[in-house]
Design a protein around this ligand. Structure first.
Ligand code: PEP
Ligand code: MN
Length: 262
């Protein structure tokens, strides 16, 4: 895929929102879709803060099989419903091939999670869909491995691909992962693809998320994927790293000092 669009890939979504241009794109919402009320309020808050995409997991790759696994198709329907109500695009995680067809009518962008970055069969299949994909860096993946995973999608003919740094596992335990800010300019140099930062999974603690979001954009990120919950203390997953709605609003204002948010 490298060199195919040397001037840089710009992905245009059905409502005209572009990722990869001069602007910074904000994708935000809860880790998981939990209920109509929760996801509707989330969408309203993301919209009010100035976001373009609503995120929320319907299929959740939980480390424990005993943790909440997501609402499935009901969650997809709710995402579409409140996305349309608020005029937000919808991004949500696909975990296996059989979910692709199910998801297509409801979503605007597939998210491949860190744990599936090297699920090569899934990647190959996503190369054959005509819907954008955001590919997250694996928990212990090198930059080269990210690029090779990206090739699985690009070589199938799907060029609407974004990469996302979401923190890697290191010896450090003060944060959940180590947000590798340097991956952003490196990936920008090595590919023509939009690169986003996910500071929520990057650090795992909400108080450090704004700093890593600003750092990502200063380092050249084309957008941010961030967790925000109307009531993070009651969240069914990743509450500790989910921003309060007012934090997101303030952060977007700060981001506007660095780049246009549209
Ligand atoms: C998520 O976005 O909620 C998620 C599970 O992310 P990751 O795949 O980066 O762990
Ligand atoms: Mn999460």
């Amino acid at each position: 895929g490298r060199g195919f669009r040397p001037e840089g890939t710009v992905i245009t979504f059905p409502n005209g929102v572009q990722v990869g241009g001069e602007n910074v794109t904000i994708m935000a919402g809860p880790c998981s879709v939990e209920s109509r009320e929760q996801i509707r309020l989330s969408a309203q808050q993301v919209k009010a803060a100035g976001g373009q995409f609503l995120r929320g997991g319907a299929y959740k790759p939980r480390s424990s099989p005993y943790s909440f696994q997501g609402m499935g198709v009901d969650g997809l329907k709710l995402l579409r419903e409140v996305g349309d109500e608020t005029g937000l695009l919808v991004i949500t995680e696909v975990m296996e091939i059989s979910q692709i067809e199910v998801m297509l009518p409801y979503i605007d962008c597939f998210q491949v999670g860190a744990r599936n970055m090297q699920n090569f069969n899934l990647l190959r299949e996503l190369g054959h869909v005509r819907k954008p994909v955001l590919l997250k860096r694996g928990i212990a993946a090198t930059i080269e491995e990210v690029l090779l995973s990206a090739e699985y999608i690009l070589s199938g003919g799907n060029y609407d691909l974004m990469l996302c740094e979401r923190g890697i596992r290191t010896f450090e335990t003060a944060t959940r992962n180590t947000m590798d800010i340097s991956a952003i300019p490196v990936l920008k140099k090595l590919t023509h693809l939009p690169v986003l930062g996910d500071p929520s999974h990057g650090v795992g603690k909400r108080e450090f998320v704004p700093a890593m979001a600003l750092a990502s954009v200063a380092a050249g990120a084309d957008g941010l994927l961030m967790e925000m919950h109307p009531n993070p203390d009651k969240a069914m997953s990743d509450g500790a790293q989910s921003l309060y709605p007012e934090q997101l609003e303030k952060l977007v204002e700060q981001l506007r000092q660095l780049a246009p948010v549209v």
